[in-house]
Design a protein around this ligand. Structure first.
Ligand SMILES: [Zn+2]
Length: 151
């Protein structure tokens, strides 16, 4: 059984899933759902594993240990910030603005998966969104390891 199928089966039966990363999209971020799904597909392609799955949820509340996406209308303290990913004790929150496109969200998913910034402008994790869809082997291995996959 492929891991995604198993994860889906577990979700439907209400059991906890201890691998992969569910990206929950709260009601405030519903308008961003298409780019989020596209970015998750692209990230899974870069990783070679279906690590991220996306689902709508009916609350913006944090879900234990998971990722919640929330819309953020006004600029952050730095006005050029397109989105921000915040790691908390109860989970990971991605705050997304309308100006954050699919490539920007791909970068935020990298953070949600456990990656820091890269100094390489050709890398997805460069600290400005350049549209790059590239991760190094060590970045890929880190995301897989953190999210319970063993490459
Ligand atoms: Zn970043």
């Amino acid at each position: 059984m492929r891991r995604t199928t198993l994860a889906l089966a577990l979700l439907m039966s209400g059991c906890a899933v201890d691998f992969g990363s569910v990206v929950n999209v709260g009601p405030s971020a519903e308008r961003h759902i298409e780019k989020i799904v596209e970015a998750a597909d692209e990230m899974n392609g870069l990783l070679g594993y279906d690590v991220f799955s996306v689902r709508m949820v009916d609350s913006d509340e944090m879900i234990d240990g998971q990722v919640i996406v929330r819309h953020r209308g006004s600029p952050f303290t730095v006005p050029s910030t397109l989105a921000r990913t915040v790691l908390t004790r109860s989970g990971i929150a991605i705050y997304v603005r309308d100006v954050c496109d699919e490539r920007c969200f791909l970068h935020e998913l990298g953070h949600a998966g456990g990656l820091m910034h890269s100094s390489d402008p050709k890398n997805t994790m460069f600290n400005k969104v350049t549209g790059a869809a590239y991760l190094t082997d060590s970045q890929i291995n880190r995301v897989l390891r953190i999210n319970g996959e063993t490459p």
